[in-house]
Ligand binder design. Sequence first.
Ligand code: FAD
Length: 488
Amino acid sequence: MLLAQRGFRVQVFEKQDVIGGRNAEVRLGDYRFDLGPTFLMMKFLLDELFAEGGRRSTDYLQFKQLDPMYELRFHDRSMLVHSDPQAMKAEIERNFPGEGASLDRFLARESQRFEKLYPCLQKPYGTLASMISPTLLAAVPHIAAGRSLYDVLGDYFRSEELRLAFTFQSKYLGMSPWDCPGLFTMIPYTEHAHGIYHVMGGLSRISEAFAQVAREEGAEIHTSAPVKRVLLDGRRACGLELESGEKIHCDHVVLNADFGHAMSTLFDEKDLQRYKPSSLRKLRFSCSTFMMYLGLDHTYDTEHHMIVFSRNYKKNIHAITNGKADLDDVSMYVRNAQKSDPYGAPPGHSALYILVPVANNTSGLPWHEYKERYRAKVLQLLRESTPYGDVTPHIRQELVITPEDWEKRQSVFLGATFNMAHSWNQMLYLRPHNQFEEFENCYLVGGGTHPGSGLPTIFESARISANLICEKCAIPFPVAKPLELALA
Ligand SMILES: Cc1cc2nc3c(=O)[nH]c(=O)nc-3n(C[C@H](O)[C@H](O)[C@H](O)COP(=O)(O)OP(=O)(O)OC[C@H]3O[C@@H](n4cnc5c(N)ncnc54)[C@H](O)[C@@H]3O)c2cc1C
């Protein structure tokens, strides 16, 4: 969309028969679901991307800010998380007496961190010199070096469960709060400061809206058009060969395929230097997800987003990180979109989306065996630990996706749904570069490059790579607005 808006002739080749990748729509009979993302954060960035082409996001998408943002269910209590600070403080006080005022400290300190760190996510780190840019240097006092997300939250909140209420967001990065770098307090901060949005019709509408704008700007989008390999002229990318045998020659190649998948399928091993398929497993990858999409002939007056914590969350996360199945004590996320949006299910019905974080495929878990066991566990948890009760008699449509399916059907390397982990040694200059270091004229976008996984960050990766292409071609492009203007 960005390149088409800036005057490039763009062709998109998508393997699947629908666009969107992880952010595509899933249809089961009369029910519609988002395949992956359900939380839209930092909507201001989406607005800016549409505004760049003289458009308004609201001409293409209808947003609904959620308040309460979500419900958290612990084994002994349940808590509503509000974006309104007064309501949130009252809810903290109700559940964790004496800790309500800590929210003000969290918001005040974290707004400074966000202000300094966010501009670092908008720049490329293709050279070592970029690591000493004034923007990055100004952010250094705020990076919480050597501290985990869980540690940093301890600066504000005493109770274990309250800390978890602000750290479970590391799920978006597929990491454990005890491993995840402390600077990612940015995620809970931006939720509380800028809100969480639903897109009417589902977040997959965002992908469809990007495609619509791209087409309006002359881009051609080919679905069911798998790419077989990237064509090279020495160390320069010069086109694509499709599975159909057709060859497409072009000036610039932008790779959006999952990074590990692209490295293991789109190049010859001999042509790769740093990211050879045989060395990819030395990188750290995120966890995976076990998914259930249920079309139900019943409606539920439950929150739009509900997170159910396992009794021993740390043990559960530890098992996932270490490639183990922890069927006794799982955590799960349930999304009841019909709470806010009638689209997606016939009247009187619901389209329930359930996500269970699980180990990625380095675990070697036999999913043909575990699939039924996880399914039974999810249904049991819904029955025993949530207001949904026994949904089994209401199931009219059902789809289950395991880590194996993510890898085989959705081309996600190791089924690591949130891509490469966001550890210190895999960020900024140490993450695959937006101007891909292996080949000239080859650019990366998506969760495998800088800044990383999650919708807002992959949108930034697209903007960074589009800017780099424009710089190379000496084509002027709009500079990202300073944060205070983007938020205005
Ligand atoms: C279950 C789940 C829940 C999530 N929840 C959230 C959330 O609530 N909020 C949030 O912000 N983020 C969330 N995320 C993360 C977010 O979805 C991802 O970071 C983002 O969508 C990844 O985008 P991408 O472009 O990197 O990859 P993808 O969306 O996977 O895009 C890659 C595309 O490349 C295509 N492709 C691969 N190989 C080829 C080939 N050879 N030829 C042609 N095409 C090919 C694929 O079909 C796919 O369409 C979630 C992710 C998952 C999986």
